[in-house]
Design a protein around this ligand. Sequence first.
Ligand SMILES: Nc1nc2c(c(=O)[nH]1)N[C@H]1C(S)=C(S)[C@@H](COP(=O)(O)OP(=O)(O)OC[C@H]3O[C@@H](n4cnc5c(=O)[nH]c(N)nc54)[C@H](O)[C@@H]3O)O[C@H]1N2
Ligand SMILES: Nc1nc2c(c(=O)[nH]1)N[C@H]1C(S)=C(S)[C@@H](COP(=O)(O)OP(=O)(O)OC[C@H]3O[C@@H](n4cnc5c(=O)[nH]c(N)nc54)[C@H](O)[C@@H]3O)O[C@H]1N2
Ligand code: SF4
Ligand SMILES: [Mo]
Length: 701
Amino acid sequence: MPTHYRACNLCEAICGLAIEHENGKISSIRGDEQDPLSRGHICPKAVALQDVYEDPDRLKYPVRRTINGWQRISWEEAYDEVVANLRKVQEKHGPDAVGAYFGNPNVHNLGSMLFSGAFTKALGTRNRFSATSADQLPHHVAALLMFGHGLLLPVPDVSRTHFMLIIGANPLVSNGSLMTAPGFARHMKGIQERGGRVVVIDPRRTETAEKADVHYFIRPGRDALLLLALIHAVFEEGLVGLHHLEDIIAGLDAVQKIAAGFSPETVAPLVGIKAEDIRRLAREFADAPSAVCYGRMGASTQAFGGLCQWLINVLNIITGNLDREGGAMFTQPAFDHVGFTGSRGKTGIFGRRRSRVSGLPEYSGEFPVAALAEEILTPGEGQIRAMVTVAGNPVLSTPNGQQLDKALAGLEFMAAIDIYINETTRHANIILPPTTGLETEHYDIIFHILAVHNTAKYSPPLFEKEPEQRHDWQIFQALTERLSGQPGNGMQPQSMLDFALRAGPYQLSLKQLAEAPHGIDLGPLQPCLPERLFTPGKKIPLAPEIFVQDITRLTKEIENWKTATESHFPLLLTGRRQLRSNNSWMHNSYRLVKGRERCTLLIHPEDARKAGIEDGQEVKVASSVGAIQIIVEISSEMMPGVVSIPHGWGHRRDGVQMGVAQSHPGASINDLTENSRIDELTGNAAFSGVPVWVGPPGNNL
Ligand SMILES: Nc1nc2c(c(=O)[nH]1)N[C@H]1C(S)=C(S)[C@@H](COP(=O)(O)OP(=O)(O)OC[C@H]3O[C@@H](n4cnc5c(=O)[nH]c(N)nc54)[C@H](O)[C@@H]3O)O[C@H]1N2
Ligand SMILES: Nc1nc2c(c(=O)[nH]1)N[C@H]1C(S)=C(S)[C@@H](COP(=O)(O)OP(=O)(O)OC[C@H]3O[C@@H](n4cnc5c(=O)[nH]c(N)nc54)[C@H](O)[C@@H]3O)O[C@H]1N2
Ligand code: SF4
Ligand SMILES: [Mo]
């Protein structure tokens, strides 16, 4: 039986897959043992590639919403109608009256990465939003200000480190994020086998924490304090060692001065970790032959996400662990997007403009998505009156999704480039569905930049698309041509990829990659500083002004924490990822959703007792913006006072056409999260620590 080798594009891990197939039918999907990055790892989501391919609910042709339901139309008609309507709105109300949201799968799609830029330019609106600001924006801002490029993100060198401090991430389930580490369990075991340690800081005893050497609970949103205390201890105990970074670090004194105010003893009662444990952690981290601190969603999607990501870099730097084997290192990918853009001065821009209603900062042409609904709902010049969503489901994925749901319903026009009629796209007037997964070719431009080992891999499509189908890039191209009134330059993803590979650091070609179906091993991460920096004079500013200033906001918040009184919403809500779920869109695969209910509220036994609720019962959860009903799972894996709900659920809504998902609907955590809860510094959504009330369904607050 023929075997097709490809990289999975469902999440950041880009696992190598070996797919056996015959006559257009798949018989098995396994991990590819010969893939130099994933070495055979695979997760349950990969088999859902087949389910998405065969899904009868998936759209393959453009549809228009009419009073009699969805009607199939031709591609030409669809393109013309979309462009005519967007232009009509822009002519009447100005270019910014059209808004655009780009969702997560865009970055997992070669064609979209190469063609969406021209499309947004042709759209000509400043009202652009994406999943970035519900996710990793603080990482980009810290990288931009410290290393000179928003995408020059340090990656944990997990295959060589001796100490890994994980803050607010669950890589055993997520397989790493901004750390492409397929088969993270293997890496974690490796650390422990070479005598190293893994320490996890998380308000939930996660799957990763369970396997780690040490786990500490932390009060959500207070990680910046812990990091300041760790840095304080490193200074106080004389453990600072810049090593090879000595000549390129500026601002060490400023950092020492800031951290001086945050001793482990002052911080301990606020974060819930003992001072002696904080001191020991600092000592072990600094004394290890190599160490890396890594923080992800939990340390990013919170009110002090910017401070956290800055301080994580600081901790790695002052212990000499940045750009060092076993520490936090930079990759050298074959398609060197960072090098290309950086050498042309396109490194990222932060805070040049502010959003119209709430004045949230722009990052590289995008406003924070927490501001999207208010930009649609608030009248005035620049109000959004039409939307385009691309590979995104912001009704389920962004804070206060219900408000956005209402806002989208009131638009003059909406178009969606998407494969499903879901909670978001049901509001579209026209849906343009692209090919996906197994029908597309793939080279991962983004996640090779973030991988724990340098590799390169090209995947041809497994199945030919039907003649009537279009790829994402073809849709972008057709819309761009109509919007700009100019014909395209005829370039296709393959020729662009080949060009970039040849111009890249290894001077590879697409032909070479095509001849190596398992991928090419380009070796372990290498030290590359100061050459790789894009900062003035190739120095690393350790204390950029905006972070230093944000400490004042933290200090004020500490006073609030100290004086807080009994609240109507006594519990703090956090999120979690699950092995059989992928953000908001893969619940239409029966194989993934079958079995016990997954969209549950996790709560500590003591909190459940106080709330008067029992395991397995349906309960009510309420926040300042809304309420949901959800099955409860009582577990001491939760920190007392903190509850957890996975995101991406809540499919039982009028008009959704995803049969399996609607029969396993769950409830949306983002019907509870507040759009006003953001990291005020970066504008990132602060999902962690939303105050909520939990009780029996009949009860009110
Ligand atoms: N409360 C809370 N909210 C969160 C998070 C959290 O942890 N907690 N996580 C946040 C994070 S990290 C992220 S990344 C976002 C993700 O949120 P979104 O950006 O909304 O992305 P998805 O939920 O993955 O939705 C993907 C959409 O793309 C469509 N799609 C799938 N494949 C393709 C394709 O090949 N082409 C096109 N054009 N469309 C496709 C799907 O049908 C679906 O509509 O959610 C964020 N929201
Ligand atoms: N199976 C699966 N894998 C995925 C995805 C998926 O949906 N399913 N999504 C992919 C995407 S888009 C992303 S961005 C990544 C995310 O990858 P991760 O960040 O590794 O995944 P999360 O489960 O969101 O982990 C966040 C952790 O932070 C904790 N946390 C919450 N608040 C706080 C806090 O204030 N402080 C601390 N210290 N911890 C806190 C939560 O309890 C949780 O354990 O996963 C990717 N991989
Ligand atoms: S971990 Fe991610 S990339 Fe790997 S098989 Fe699962 S979904 Fe695909
Ligand atoms: Mo994400």
